[in-house]
Design a binder for this molecule. Structure first.
Ligand SMILES: Nc1ncnc2c1ncn2[C@@H]1O[C@H](COP(=O)(O)OP(=O)(O)OP(=O)(O)O)[C@@H](O)[C@H]1O
Length: 235
């Protein structure tokens, strides 16, 4: 049994008359990889944004074990949630969103410097992650000089460099061909779950979801299926 890292209880979020989340509850444990699936508009992005403190719920709460402390994310001010995200949460998006003027090393190091590290320490740690993700020798390249798969590996290094307590990914392989997608997904799973942190990933791709230890399906803002409830995955 592994310990809970994220506990979401009874989350409801509305936008005007649209209910994006409706009494959604889930607990994510260390080392789990959770795929969130569902039709367009079912609330996947909203759930990820509420879990990660980008948005606050109208009802319910999100708690997170951040740096060993039990934090009620949904009650923090916007400034404290931003700080929590910088220090304790990693994000990987469909497009890497790398800064085009910076090298691969700098793109990764900046994420660690934003949580207080010196430039020298951040660059050494960045190089270690780039090497770990198969990018040794590419540290000085800018994003335009990398393939799509390589750029996503830089984005993964950036998400991991501060050793966040949880990593969120939104269609992280959605822009890649199937072979590159499989190897980038391996890198994302290994680098997150390999550290013992959970990965929470929105995906439309059943092949990607099949690589995760747990599948959550949303419809109309409600969790209609949670494989952990039946498969005996870590709880
Ligand atoms: N900023 C917003 N303002 C108004 N309505 C919104 C806003 N964001 C989301 N919604 C609505 O909330 C519902 C859930 O949206 P959400 O983006 O979470 O769905 P999704 O499952 O991620 O969709 P997709 O797969 O298309 O990205 C939808 O009905 C959407 O129209």
């Amino acid at each position: 049994m592994t310990h809970p890292v994220l506990i979401a209880e009874n989350l409801t979020k509305t936008y005007g008359s649209a209910t994006a989340l409706h009494h959604a509850s889930l607990t994510v444990h260390a080392g789990e990889s959770v795929a969130i699936m569902g039709p367009s508009g079912s609330g996947k992005t909203t759930l990820m944004h509420v879990l990660s403190g980008i948005l606050t719920p109208d009802q319910g709460q999100v708690r997170m074990l951040a740096g060993g402390h039990d934090v009620v994310v949904s009650s923090l001010s916007a400034e404290k949630r931003a700080r929590l995200r910088r220090r304790h949460i990693g994000f990987v998006f469909q497009e890497g969103l790398l800064l085009p003027e910076l090298t691969a090393r700098e793109n990764v190091a900046v994420a660690l410097m934003m949580s207080g590290a010196t430039r020298a320490h951040a660059e050494t740690t960045a190089d270690g992650w780039l090497q770990h993700l198969g990018l040794a020798g590419m540290e000085d390249r800018r994003p335009a000089e990398l393939s799509g798969g390589q750029a996503q590996r830089v984005a993964i290094a950036r998400a991991q460099v501060a050793s966040p307590d949880v990593v969120f990914a939104d269609e992280p392989t959605g822009a890649l061909d199937s072979t590159t997608s499989a190897s980038v997904l391996d890198a994302l799973l290994d680098s997150t779950v390999g550290r013992g942190a959970p990965l929470v990933m929105v995906t439309h791709d059943p092949a990607v979801a099949a690589r995760c230890t747990r599948l959550i399906r949303l419809a109309d803002g409600q969790i209609i299926e949670d494989s952990a409830a039946v498969s005996g995955a870590p709880r």
